[in-house]
Ligand binder design. Structure first.
Ligand code: ZN
Length: 428
């Protein structure tokens, strides 16, 4: 064994060597991997490796991160789905109706399909939301916990126990939330916005933080989910609850849409509280665009939180796929580069330095929101990465939506995609 701090040089064959990898800062380096971790990031590594990838100067990102995906709802709509009203409330009602008929087999089948898509598109860590409540009980949580174990060699899954029907509005859900955490869920979900008064929203948060304390778990709360509701202040309540619980840095807020409808003075103060509470904000702009505002009068609001102001204040801003072919959003393919593209479009992030925030949101910032340890392309970190077929800048990556040529998790190739594009000119 090497006794110096020099990482693992000369310890025999490497498990993986990624040659000529372009990093976001423009350096082209070799990435040497042993025992699932980067042991050398250097201009040239000469040690032999069991597996080699020649990235040929392609951009390499750390594994993509999706901090918000409803795995139990995924792929529940398609051909034959009726949306008579096309309202947000209808989406909520349809989900509730479907949850009555979830079977474990159905949850596992749809879950496998969406998690495999995520891996193929380069995601190596995601938060899977499992609805917990008196409708459906623990069925979703149990299925997602089984999937977490089944997919453990492909990606990190954190299962969120999520009280989708509320805690005050759904008597009995609180006890189920505790049971879901006892069964092994990783994160306590909260949905104060769904309660019918701010008093109940606070009771909901108090109960969720009590469970979080009991299980020493992080919290992921849905707040201010109404696009135009300047009177709803769940985000402020969440920030104050976070500080009171001493949970700074351990809380994510989705989607905070209402923040956009506050007057600027109030929004600024709320953003300062969110920053002080160390809350990450998960925007999921594409879902709001599609399913939250369509019945408003013109000009139609977009239902997207104040992304630029949050970033400017130093808040950790992330985004998640949220929904894949479910009653809230019939599109999506668990592709975080597509999701990042929606974020930069809707948040007016188009200058080169602004677009970097789009890639940060689905890599480093996502890792921070999920509190992933040893994340990133650096010596000592886990060797989770994705090699992109095209594009060397953030703007070009989001513009071109390149194929994920190789996806590597803990030093093992877990997915590959090859594409072939040909333009035939002339009349021949
Ligand atoms: Zn969601």
């Amino acid at each position: 064994m090497s006794t110096t701090a020099e990482p693992a040089a000369g310890d025999g064959e490497l498990d993986l060597l990624v040659r000529r990898a372009r990093l976001r800062d423009g350096r082209v380096v070799d990435l040497a991997v042993r025992d699932g971790r980067f042991v050398r990031v250097a201009p040239e590594v000469t040690e032999p490796a069991r597996t080699e990838i020649d990235a040929s100067g392609r951009l390499v990102l750390p594994g993509l991160v999706d901090p918000h995906l409803h795995v139990d709802k995924a792929l529940t709509v398609g051909h034959g789905t009726a949306w008579p009203e096309g309202t947000f409330q209808e989406s909520i009602d349809m989900t509730l109706e479907r949850r009555r008929s979830y079977t474990t087999e159905d949850l596992l089948r749809r879950g496998r399909e969406v998690l495999e898509l995520a891996v193929a598109y380069g995601t190596t860590a995601l938060r899977a939301f499992a609805d917990v409540g008196t409708v459906g009980g623990l069925r979703s949580a149990e299925a997602l916990l089984a999937l977490r174990d089944e997919f453990a060699d492909l990606l990190d899954v954190q299962v969120v126990a999520f009280p989708q029907e509320g805690l005050v509005r759904d008597p009995g859900a609180g006890a189920l939330l505790v049971r879901a955490m006892e069964a092994g869920c990783d994160v306590v979900g909260a949905f104060p916005w769904f309660e019918l008064s701010s008093t109940h929203a606070q009771e909901h948060l108090d109960e969720a933080f009590e469970v979080a304390r009991r299980f020493d778990a992080d919290v992921h709360a849905f707040v201010d989910d109404e696009p135009v509701a300047p009177q709803v202040h769940n985000l402020e309540q969440l920030a104050l609850s976070t500080i009171a619980a001493g949970w700074q840095g351990r809380v994510v807020a989705s989607h905070g849409c209402g923040l956009a409808s506050y007057d600027d003075h109030l929004a600024e103060r709320t953003i300062m509280l969110v920053r002080d509470a160390g809350i990450s904000v998960c925007a999921n702009a594409h879902v709001s665009l599609v399913s939250k505002c369509e019945h408003a009068s013109q000009p139609i609001p977009r239902g997207i939180t104040r992304v630029r102001e949050l970033i400017a204040a130093g808040v950790n801003v992330v985004t998640g796929q949220d929904d894949v072919a479910d009653p809230y959003y019939p599109f999506g393919r668990a592709d975080m580069l597509e999701v990042a593209s929606f974020l930069v479009h809707t948040a007016h992030l188009y200058r080169p330095e602004d677009v970097e925030h789009g890639l940060d949101a689905v890599t480093e910032n996502g890792a921070r929101a999920m509190r992933l340890e040893d994340y990133g392309i650096r010596e000592g970190a886990w060797a989770d990465l994705v090699v992109l077929d095209e594009g060397s800048t953030a703007t070009d990556v989001l513009r071109l939506q390149p194929a994920r040529r190789w996806v590597v998790r803990r030093g093992r190739i877990v997915a590959t995609t090859e594409t072939r594009r040909e333009v035939r000119r002339g009349r021949g």
